[in-house]
Design a protein around this ligand. Structure first.
Ligand code: HEC
Ligand code: HEC
Ligand code: HEC
Ligand code: HEC
Ligand code: HEC
Ligand code: HEC
Length: 443
């Protein structure tokens, strides 16, 4: 009898089980091989840019979940024509499209400027969501690099404590041996010394070792301090207020107001509302009058809830939408502050937006793409500020703010070494300009 046959006689079912395992393995392998990561990633990007305002791949939102939609349209109609211009397609009288439209009454799919190829990618993404390889979300802010090697400290402390315990018990043993010997020799017992005295004595006799241990301890304290600075959060300690997203008195939707037109949003410029970001320290929160520029005419939201939220603007400014007149009874809105740097840290918007030419989104995240409610996207720790200052190049050329500096540099009026190096390689980081100096950020 062969070995396999003998085994299968002893353990009936084992062969079947292993066959099944093999089968599953080869199947999942085949599945992974058939997955086109490039197409998926392309689809994901396109989806987020164009469709994400109204669709989710796997859940209903303003429109139906897109997963499986290609299959639903199979033999029913032209899904490409629908996506490119749904209202035109409805007019062809297509039964499936018209039923879809009736099922989702109240919301309309806006025309989408996408090609057939792009639609293929989007639908591929939706059908394969969330993807076997867990495609990385490139929107997460980079975590500040932790100071390396600190993980080993707890173990060193434990080892140190063990060492201390052993030393103390050994010295106890030594002491009793000592006094036993003194007893036997008929001498007076030695006076009892405290552990501290012992340590002091030992340090006196082993000065080099003692100073090494002392130095070690000081370096350790410094490292701990530096590490704490790096991760210090708004509420102190390690806790960081990242993703803080307080409830606001009016459900103001950034994505809807500032998001792209192609995604069905209004694409209002950030600075239409946060107008002081270019000129002053603060970006500022708009007054309700700015809302009324549009909302005097726009009383209806996309949903009944949205309409109720707009009514809150009217109450705040004392506007009677029936009589189309101000009543004079105001109830100012108290927006809850999302970002809160401590008082001792100085941050200036104009320096970063107007001079540094940094996009709002780099510090505030995709607020116009997927933040119905404004949240603190970046950690706002000192490490975060410093990380960027250490890498980011300052745009000197063609930057009005630096014209004078540049002129003086060319005329050899400034001798700053880093600035000189700029003339050689054309590069200079914020750090080299002084962006790591404590006093630049601390009062
Ligand atoms: C402004 C909101 C909005 C945007 C943006 C949007 N859609 Fe839609 N979509 C809808 C709504 C609402 C429906 C349901 C039909 C209707 O009421 O028009 C729908 C239906 C669909 C359907 C049919 C689903 C089914 O179950 O048969 C597909 C496919 C689709 N959308 C694809 C897309 C793609 C792809 C994009 C991006 C390129 C996109 N949509 C962008 C709102 C939107
Ligand atoms: C139509 C007006 C409007 C537009 C356009 C707008 N915002 Fe706002 N923004 C507000 C209002 C109102 C608040 C306060 C309520 C809130 O936090 O949601 C706010 C709050 C914020 C906050 C949080 C402030 C805090 O309390 O710390 C940030 C950050 C922000 N906006 C960034 C942006 C960016 C970036 C853009 C452009 C992509 C933008 N906003 C476009 C009106 C607007
Ligand atoms: C370099 C990073 C950075 C950039 C770029 C940036 N912000 Fe800010 N923003 C911050 C920080 C940090 C705070 C918190 C400031 C504080 O609490 O004093 C903040 C706070 C805010 C606030 C709250 C109100 C205020 O002024 O403190 C708003 C609104 C805001 N930013 C909007 C914007 C807009 C709009 C842009 C683009 C025009 C922008 N920010 C660009 C980092 C940035
Ligand atoms: C430039 C014009 C404009 C400005 C400024 C503006 N809005 Fe709007 N807002 C609109 C339009 C248009 C709609 C309706 C969108 C739709 O139905 O597609 C809307 C919708 C809304 C909604 C309903 C959202 C929903 O889900 O239905 C709320 C709430 C709202 N706005 C609040 C505000 C607040 C608060 C401000 C001031 C900070 C503001 N808006 C400033 C144009 C504007
Ligand atoms: C995304 C990158 C980035 C982040 C994050 C950032 N900064 Fe800056 N910062 C810059 C750039 C770029 C400049 C140089 C602008 C210029 O002068 O051209 C700058 C300049 C400054 C200056 C002026 C420095 C000087 O030499 O005059 C101060 C102060 C400052 N930043 C504070 C902060 C603080 C505080 C934070 C964190 C709350 C922060 N920055 C976060 C990019 C950043
Ligand atoms: C680019 C800006 C920047 C520079 C340069 C900078 N800091 Fe900070 N620092 C910050 C910010 C922002 C915070 C607040 C972080 C928080 O609380 O979330 C902070 C927090 C601190 C705190 C913690 C205070 C508390 O909240 O308990 C100390 C201490 C500190 N910094 C010391 C220094 C020292 C020392 C230097 C120079 C070596 C320095 N900082 C350089 C931006 C800076």
């Amino acid at each position: 009898m062969s070995l396999a046959a003998r085994i299968s006689e002893r353990f009936p079912g084992l062969l079947h089980a292993s066959l099944a395992v093999l089968l599953v393995l080869s199947f999942s392998n085949a599945h992974a091989q058939g997955f086109d990561e490039a197409l998926y990633t392309k689809g994901e990007k396109l989806f987020k840019g164009n469709c994400g305002a109204c669709h989710k791949p796997d859940k209903n939102l303003t429109g139906p979940a897109l997963a499986g939609s290609r299959a639903r349209w199979e033999g029913q109609g032209d899904i490409y024509a629908w996506i490119k211009n749904s209202s035109a397609y409805l007019k062809t009288g297509n039964a499936y499209a018209n039923k879809l439209f009736a099922d989702w009454k109240g919301s309309v799919m806006t025309a989408q400027a996408v090609s057939d190829e792009e639609i293929d990618a989007i639908l591929y993404y939706a059908d394969n969501f969330p993807g076997p390889l867990q495609v990385k979300d490139d929107q997460t802010p980079p975590a500040p690099t932790p100071v390396q090697g600190t993980d080993a400290w707890p173990w060193l402390i434990v080892l140190g404590l063990l060492f201390l315990v052993v030393t103390i018990s050994l010295s106890g043993v030594k002491r009793s041996l000592d006094s036993a010997v003194r007893d036997a020799e008929g001498r007076k017992p030695a006076q009892d010394r405290s552990i501290l005295q012992h340590i002091g004595n030992w340090a006196w006799n082993n000065k080099i070792a003692a100073s090494f241990i002392g130095l070690f301890f000081v370096v350790w304290l410094l490292l701990q301090g530096w590490n704490a600075l790096w991760t210090i959060g708004i509420y102190g300690g390690d806790e960081v207020a990242q993703n803080y997203k307080p409830e606001q008195p009016i459900l103001f939707n950034h994505t809807l107001h500032a998001g792209k037109v192609e995604a069905g949003n209004l694409a209002i410029n950030c600075q239409y509302c946060h107008s002081s970001a270019e000129k002053s320290k603060h970006a500022g929160i708009p007054s309700t009058n700015i809302c009324m520029n549009c909302h005097q005419a726009v009383g209806e939201g996309r949903t009944p809830e949205g309409t109720a939220e707009i009514a809150k603007i009217y109450r705040a400014v004392g506007w009677d939408p029936e009589k189309l007149a101000y009543t004079g009874e105001e109830e100012p809105i108290r927006w809850v502050k999302v970002h809160n740097l401590p008082d001792h840290a100085y941050f200036n918007h104009a320096q970063h937006v107007a001079v540094g030419k940094i996009e709002c989104q780099e510090c505030h995240g995709p607020i116009d793409e997927k933040m119905d409610v404004a949240e603190q996207w970046a950690p706002l720790t000192m490490g975060w500020c410093i990380d960027c200052h250490g890498q980011r190049e300052v745009q000197m050329a063609g930057n009005g703010y630096y014209d004078e500096t540049m002129a003086r540099l060319h005329n050899n009026e400034i001798g700053h070494r880093e600035l000189k190096s700029y003339l050689e390689d054309g590069k200079i980081t914020v750090k080299e300009l002084g962006g790591w100096e404590c006093a630049k950020c601390h009062y």
